[in-house]
Every structure is written in structure tokens, then in C-alpha cells.
Design a protein around this ligand. Sequence first.
Ligand code: HEM
Length: 485
Amino acid sequence: MLLRLSKRKCSNPCLPPGPWKLPIIGNIHHLGSCLPHQRLRELAKTYGPLMHLQLGELSVMVVSSPETAKEVMKTHDVNFSDRPYLFASSVICNGATNLTFAPYGDYWRRLRKICSMELLSPMRVQSFTSTREEEVLKFIKSISEHVGSPIDLSQRIFSLTYGITARVAFGKKCKHQESFIALVKEASAAASGFNVSDLYPSSTMLPLLTGFKAKLEKIRGRFEEITGNIIEEHQAKKGETNVGDVDEDLVDVLLRYQEHGDVQTFPLSIANIKAVILDIFSGGSETSSTAVEWAMSEMLKHPRILEKAQTEIREVVTRRGRVDGTCIQELVFLKLVIKETLRLHPPAPLLLPRESRERCEINGYEIPAKTKVIVNAWAIGRDPIWWKDPERFHPERFLSSSTDCYKGLNFEYIPFGGGRRVCPGMSFGLANVELPLIKLLYHFDWKLPDGMTSEDLDMNETSGVTVRRKANLNLIPTAYHPVPA
Ligand code: HEM
């Protein structure tokens, strides 16, 4: 039965509907072993676009329609601008000092300003262009050494994006880069929010008994050590780079801000700098690589689209006489492919959780203070009420969309979230999706290995904060246009 009980009138508001609950575990058993975003959409078909779940001790609202997402991210935006407490983040960052999990308030506002104005501003992103070009060229060259044989494209795409982020954050030669990347991968896996310690936050015993605390403390120890070394290395070479230098990396910018920025009202500590570095890596790497991986998968699944995108790129590059990120201005169809990829495969399908600061009402239902809110962007992007033929990969559907749909103002399409907590790394993230795709499609033709056809290509997802392909994408490149030596 479809319970679309929106705009309910009730003199004494009650919690939104949800499945029956068991003592102690509440609805944990309803999630089972399925992928959370998929299971939550199934449940929402029965209980409606605003659904209540009890996950252990946590009271959780699940939002599954654009109208309800608008209530959370626009009408009641301030009230839902907090993030819930996350055990992993609080241990690794020594008390949640990173931007992503900082509670809404002065500290978050100032850190966010540094991120948007100093680290991820359009000008700064522009200044990363040559770094990105160099890393993508290395990536393309390494693929060209394997033409004619199957390669694990997924693994190469993920290394590329981590490599770009590391170069941008730490500069050219950072000997701690590889160990830091390995650590971020471990930390991201621990911060899914569905760990049992997050579901029973009042229990101090659970993290001890499950070994979760010990594991996180080990991560924190290594995090402190590696970031400490990176910062010391940067302090030692202070004076070698100037404001606005092409060689200035994000750690340089943060150290400069620490010295000359708003030291009176917002002194930036070394702990803050370490936490922001973690934000940049955890927010910036897997998201972009997941998008590139899904875009290539969808194009391989739909050869007409692959051919159309390649024809467009090759025409534009031939006309301009160069293949670089600036081509994107003319690549109308590739931009549609990226939009459609982010609709069907938002890298963070459940966005990042929010928490209500005060009691409020949505659709006539009560949302108590301190309720965790999950917005299912994946389900919203496939809502048949808003999207015609929603499961079909059809980039042309965006031809008629007039507005800049990434900004989180159209709530039927929110791959970067919305409201005050909208992703601050959007332009950096998109640039890291566009250039690798342009080059992959320009330099090579692609086919599936072992005589597989597009119908055979498995499109299953795996679970995590970012949802990647379950099986890595193995493809055979053939050279179309030689890679410059
Ligand atoms: C395709 C690429 C990306 C996607 C799809 C993406 C998606 C998201 C989403 C869904 C959120 C949560 C928004 C909300 O709560 O409403 C978010 C937050 C965030 N993202 Fe991104 N992101 C991407 C790239 C990046 C990059 C490149 C960076 C930094 C280098 C970054 C840094 C962050 C940070 C720091 C937050 C937390 C903001 C806050 O809580 O105030 N993201 N991102």
C-alpha cells in the first residue's frame, strides 16, 4: 500500500509513519544486508516520502521525495544544518574539528569560509589546472602502454583522483603521500555512520568490546603522525613559495592563513589544519572517481552514447587543436552525460546525515529535536513522479533543463546536497570528472574484455558512504589518437 500521507492535518502531531519496531534494535533488522539506499527506497514506497525509523537508540527520519527534501534543505534549512555525532570522526579528528562533521555554528561557519574562499574558490580551482593536466597526462600515458590488453580502469581512476588531490593539497614531492592516501581510505570506511557504536551512542562499552575504538585510535595515531610530518615539511620550506605561486599548495595556504589570517577572531590551530586536510581528501577523492567510473560504465553499457560523446570530443579537439579542460565549454553532450551519471549514481547516495536542532513540523508530522535526517538523493533522482523513464540512462533528458542544476536549488536533483551544507568542492570535483573523461574518450576507443557485450556488463553497486561499482571496470583500450611523448 502506498502511503502518500503528505500535508497531513493533525492537531496533535505525531512521528511520521514507519515500519514496526522491535525492542532495543528498533528497525535495524529492516535494513538487513541490502544496500541502505536501495532498501530505504523500498521502505519509502510503503511508508511515504517522510518515514521514521528507529535504528538502535537513534531516531531517524528518511526523506525520499523532492518536496520533502526542500522542506529540510530550504524551508527549515537552519534547523537541519547540524550533523549528527559520529564516533569515528570524533576520535580521528580529536573531537569533530573537521568541517564535514562540525556542528552548525560559529566554528563551522568560519572553517567553511576558509574552505570556500581560500581553498576551493573558483580562482584557486583554476590555479590547480596545470597540476590536474600533468596528473591526467601521466594517467593517459600509463594506459597507452597497455593498448590492446585489459586494464583495471577503476583502480587507475581512483589512483588518479587521489593523486590529483595529494598534489593539490601537499605539493609536488611529498614522501608521505601514499601512506596518507591509504589512511584516508581506512578512515572513510570507518565513518559510514552505520557502525553499531554510532547506533548506540550512549554505550561506552560497545566501541571497546567491538574493538572499534582501538581501531580508530590506531588510525588517529597514524593520522597525527603523517599530517604532523607533512606540516613540518611545509613549515621547513616556508619562504620558498609566495602568495598566488603556482607551487603554492593547500597546506601552504592554510599555514599562511594561520599566520596572517583572522588570528584575532579565529585562530587556526594545527589540529584544525589537520582536520581540514582530511576533509579535502575524504570529500574530494572518492566522489569524483566514483563519478568517472560510473560515467565510463554507463557509456560502455550504451554504445550509442559512447560514440556520440567521442564524436563530439574529437570534433571539438580537432577544431581547437588541443585537448585540455577548457574544451568542456563546447562539450555540450559530455556535460549532459555527467549530469545524467550524477542523477543515476550520486556518489554519496544518502548525502551526509543532518540533525534537527529544535523540534519542528514537516508535512504535519512532528520532528523532535536531535533527530537524525537522511536524505535519499539516489531515490529522489529516480522518482518516477519527477523523472520520465527514471531507470534509463538518457543524457538528452537534461537538454531542456535551463538552470544550473548542480547548486541544490532543484530538489529533484541533489548530487551535491543543498542548503547551507551544500558541497563546497563542487567546481573542483567537476573539473576532476571532466578532464579525465575528455582524455579517456579522445585518446582511446574502448571495449569489454573476453568477448563480453554491453548487455553482459554488470552494473551492481557496493555499499559505503560513496557507492562504487561492485566489480571493478575492466576494459581494453585501443589507441585512437597517440598520446604525446
Ligand atoms: C563529484 C564530486 C563531489 C560530490 C558528488 C560531492 C557530494 C557532496 C555531498 C552530497 C555533500 C553533503 C551535502 C549536504 O549535506 O547537503 C558534500 C559535502 C562536502 N563536500 Fe563534497 N562532493 C564532491 C566533491 C568534493 C570535493 C572535490 C571536495 C573538496 C576538495 C568536497 C568537500 C566537501 C566537504 C568539506 C563537505 C562538507 C560540507 C559541510 O558540511 O559544510 N567535495 N559533498
